[in-house]
Design a protein around this ligand. Sequence first.
Ligand SMILES: N[C@@H](CCC(=O)N[C@@H](CS)C(=O)NCC(=O)O)C(=O)O
Length: 238
Amino acid sequence: MIDLYYWPTPNGWKISIMLEECGLPYKIVPVNIGTGEQFKPEFLKISPNNRMPAIVDHDPPGGGEPVSVFESGAILQYLAEKTGKFLPKDLRGKYEVLQWVNWQMGGLGPMAGQANHFRMYAPQFNPPEALKYGQDRYTNEVNRLFGVVNKRLADRKFVAGEISIADFAIWPWLVGYKNFGQNLDDFPHLKRYLEETMGTRPAVVKGKAVGAELRQTPGVNTEEQRKVLFGQTASVVR
Ligand SMILES: N[C@@H](CCC(=O)N[C@@H](CS)C(=O)NCC(=O)O)C(=O)O
């Protein structure tokens, strides 16, 4: 059994989708990031960066002690190696996929995250131009990255060969395109991939729905949540 430390966000969906696609049994351990559960000492032992997702595999390949993994890209790769699915074994195929996983981890995810922050959460600045600078910088960068995916998908169904962990990493970060200030009409191949190729796969639909009800939990979208999530520093130990 795999414990999935989880909250329903794009980084969380990557793993619930992968687990559904692989048909692996798993148990959700909710980590309410709005109320600060990511700072609990027992969670920090698994995920020292105080971020979800993380997994604990109680039945690791080769046996032995449970294996814990944090960082969604590493978790996807671990699950692919455990199951032999969604990551080619040959060198060329493997790195075709891993370069796109890393592209998502280092580019699309962080940039879309910042676009979302500046567009949806940032307080009003005085002067207002200060906010616009941040919004434009990240909106433009997401626009560029969406263009990269769109071009990539012009003559192929999935990002890297057959469906792979690269698709499970990238797709969740396309879903919130409106909040990132993007218009799908500008990206027809990406739109097809988002809504049809990936968006109609039963395991993707099921994985994305996991824990949707947790968003109704008190403490979400409140001033208290803003205090927990924004303004963390090395010296702020909660
Ligand atoms: N690079 C990390 C990012 C994980 C991440 O940012 N998780 C967010 C939710 S999507 C989180 O746990 N936030 C808690 C916080 O900001 O305190 C990964 O891909 O696993």
